[in-house]
Design a protein around this ligand. Structure first.
Ligand code: IVH
Length: 675
């Protein structure tokens, strides 16, 4: 090959890597797997080593802030790093507080909040042992982070040694890594916003590269701790500053939603003066004791919420309206708009929710519309600019047939609301509709389901087009010799993929149930079902109506879920998929969190009003102590707990079945608590 040809080949690769970097950092899109990216990177670097005349400013050997590598060691967080629920307005805040009062069964208590501006950066967890910073982890998926200790050590705001007497012997200090706006100016050519810049530089393989970026750290919470004796979040924040951490100068302690709202508007006004990006305010119940009573729902605490700023709006033109078909057959209209930059993100697709929304807002093709993007929520249309409407606008006719498979579309009748659903669905079943089938497979490999590394949405689409997958079980029977021959795939990437897939053949029962994508069976319901059925064999047995009626008894499972499971099992294709998956997978029963709580193996049911405790807190206390709840009086019930004004019928049937009937205080004694 001549020098010219070599240079041409090299520049082609540089152009390619630059394209992937831009997609990744500016649009968060990974067009290739990490393994493929690493191969491309290696090829460029080895060409440079071989031919010294090759050099380019965009080469991965020169650039800081290219796509992070996956090769950081994964480490489990001792306490998971959770996320926060969102509030967008005063009503959401009032509801948040109402739920707290209800849960605590005490609406007299005036809740005090630690009020903290929400920094839009990258969260990190710093492990300290005997005053020494020993390990630093990224958030990762919340359960497992990456070991980025060496990179974090380059950050000046992170104390490496703390010798204060009251510093706990062990603690994970958590906070946000970010870049100040004034420092970002110098990096703005390479990154879309300070957050991307912080994320990219934090995950550099070489800490020397991280050191070049002025990263900052503000601390705000902790995970695991041993020896922290404090009562309030605000005290903790004060201690953080004494120990040498930077804390947010705008932190406050406030009571009552009207004061929270006032502070929200004050901070929002100051937003442009503050030298780091904030995207809302976090409210945390200040009292640690109340925090622990309130506990968590799914992945977020009941005692905290993020109040997002919303003033990210822009005006653009609707070029077209397309229909997306989802996993459950739902047809979602999406407006393709002339791309506009809203708050640092390029928006070209806007969700229109459903056909009623299009009618209500009278949205037409070629209309100019106000688009709003709040935090990480999908952008939506606020209103149509009627004054700008011209003669060429076209009303959108919602299709009566599915654009993917041609089946009839239907609006289901909702038994609970007693109304027709707003969502129109494709009436096909199982895997008959191509778009639905693809979405089901995407769901199957998604993060909370099988979570197969390197098997993202793009790969699902590609493998579908190549007819490599049609059903979930095909993932475990891939013809790797075919994949090897595909453009952009080599030995290494095929081996990586095979390894990731093989690793996930062992799966917990709850994830397995969730992965099936049964309508109305989210991750929490899947957990409930798996706790009840215990083994995959029992789960598969739910095809028989008699076993299905048993799960009707689980507290938290209603008629909608039962119907949905029934119709799932009634389809031949689903039964076949289950059979084949069962043969290739090792489905593990759900591990009990605590097996030896005080109420181990016992079932409970409440009737009547409880004193000083809400139903939800009581229910959680039972579950925390290894007991379980049932929703009907049956032979499976061990204790019926009666509060004020119990339902007569329940008490009588319990008596008939000789079930133990106890009072609230007797129950609390079982837990060594006094009412
Ligand atoms: S507390 C369980 N406090 O917001 C509560 N988070 O959506 C854990 N964040 O991942 C978080 N400022 O990256 C907390 N003062 C603050 C925060 C804050 C920013 C980020 C953090 C977290 C996300 C939650």
């Amino acid at each position: 090959m001549s020098d010219l040809e070599i240079k041409k080949k090299y520049l082609k690769k540089i152009k390619l890597i630059n394209h992937y970097n831009k997609k990744y950092f500016n649009e968060s899109i990974s067009e290739i797997t990490d393994a493929q990216y690493d191969i491309l990177k290696k090829e460029i670097i080895s060409l440079e080593k071989k031919y010294h005349f090759l050099s380019h400013k965009d080469s991965p050997s020169k650039k800081i802030g290219y796509k992070p590598s996956k090769s950081f060691k994964k480490v489990l967080h001792r306490v998971p790093m959770l996320s926060l629920g969102n509030a967008f307005n005063e009503e959401d805040l009032i509801n948040f507080e109402k739920k707290i009062h209800n849960y605590l069964n005490d609406d007299q208590n005036i809740i005090e909040y630690s009020v903290e501006p929400k920094i839009d950066g990258i969260s990190a967890s710093l492990v300290y042992k005997n005053g020494l910073f020993v390990k630093g982890l990224s958030r990762g998926d919340g359960k497992e982070g990456e070991d980025i200790t060496e990179n974090l050590k380059t950050i000046k705001d992170i104390p490496k040694k703390i010798s204060h007497k009251n510093f706990p012997s062990e603690i994970d200090i958590r906070g946000e890594i970010f870049i100040q706006n004034s420092d970002f100016v110098l990096l703005s050519e390479k990154f879309a916003n300070p957050r991307n810049a912080a994320s990219g530089s934090l995950r550099q393989k070489n800490p020397e590269q991280t050191k070049k970026i002025p990263l900052k750290f503000i601390a705000y919470t902790y995970g695991f701790e041993k020896g922290l004796n404090l009562d309030k979040q605000s005290e903790f924040l004060n201690n953080l500053s004494q120990w040498g951490f930077r804390t947010n100068p705008y932190n406050k302690v406030l009571k009552q939603t009207k004061n929270l709202m006032k502070n929200y508007y004050d901070i929002e006004k100051k937003r442009s003066e503050i030298d780091f990006d904030i995207d809302g305010i976090v409210y945390k119940v200040n009292d640690f004791n109340l925090q622990s009573r309130l506990g968590y729902v799914a992945n977020a605490p009941r005692w905290a919420i993020a109040h997002k700023f919303s003033s990210n709006k822009g005006i653009s033109k609707i070029l077209d309206i397309e229909i997306q078909v989802g996993r459950t057959g739902a047809l979602t209209p999406v407006a393709k708009i002339k791309p506009i930059n809203i708050g640092g993100v390029l928006v070209s697709n806007v969700s229109l929710h459903n056909e009623d929304e299009i009618d209500r807002k009278d949205i037409r093709i070629n209309d100019y519309v106000v688009v709003e993007r709040a935090g990480d929520v999908i952008p939506h249309i606020v209103s149509v600019e009627i004054n700008k409407r011209s003669n060429d606008t076209k009303k959108f006719l919602f299709p009566n047939i599915c654009p993917s498979c041609g089946s009839r579309t239907i609006k289901e009748y909702n038994n609970i609301t007693k109304k027709k659903d707003a969502v129109r669905r494709c009436s096909s079943e199982g895997f008959e509709c191509e778009k639905v089938a693809i979405e089901k497979i995407k769901h199957f490999v998604s993060k909370e389901a099988f979570n197969i590394d390197g098997f993202g949405k793009k790969i699902v689409e590609k493998f579908w087009d190549l007819k490599l997958v049609r059903y979930p079980q095909d993932i475990f029977k891939l013809d790797y010799s075919k994949i090897e021959k595909l453009d952009g795939w080599g030995d290494l990437s095929v081996n990586n993929l095979k390894y990731s897939i093989d690793q996930k053949k062992k799966i917990s029962l709850d994830r397995f149930i969730y992965a099936l994508g049964i309508r109305h069976i989210g991750i929490e319901t899947a957990k409930l079902i798996s706790r009840h059925v215990k083994t995959s064999k029992n789960f598969l047995n739910l095809q028989n109506d008699s076993t299905l009626t048993e799960i009707e008894n689980i507290d938290g499972i209603g008629e909608t879920q039962i119907q949905s499971i029934k119709s799932f099992f009634s389809l031949k294709i689903n039964r076949l998929i289950l059979k084949e998956l069962d043969q290739v997978l090792q489905i593990e029963s759900l591990k009990k969190i605590t097996n030896d709580g005080l109420l181990k193996g016992k079932t409970f049911m409440f009737t009547g009003k409880l004193l000083n405790i809400s139903r939800s807190e009581a229910k959680n206390l039972i579950e925390k102590n290894s007991g379980s709840l049932v929703s009907n009086v049956s032979k499976r019930l061990d204790f019926l707990i009666i509060g004020e004004k119990p339902t007569k019928r329940k008490v009588e049937s319990a008596k008939e079945l000789k079930i133990k009937i106890i009072t609230q205080s007797e129950w609390m004694k079982m837990l060594n608590l006094t009412s």
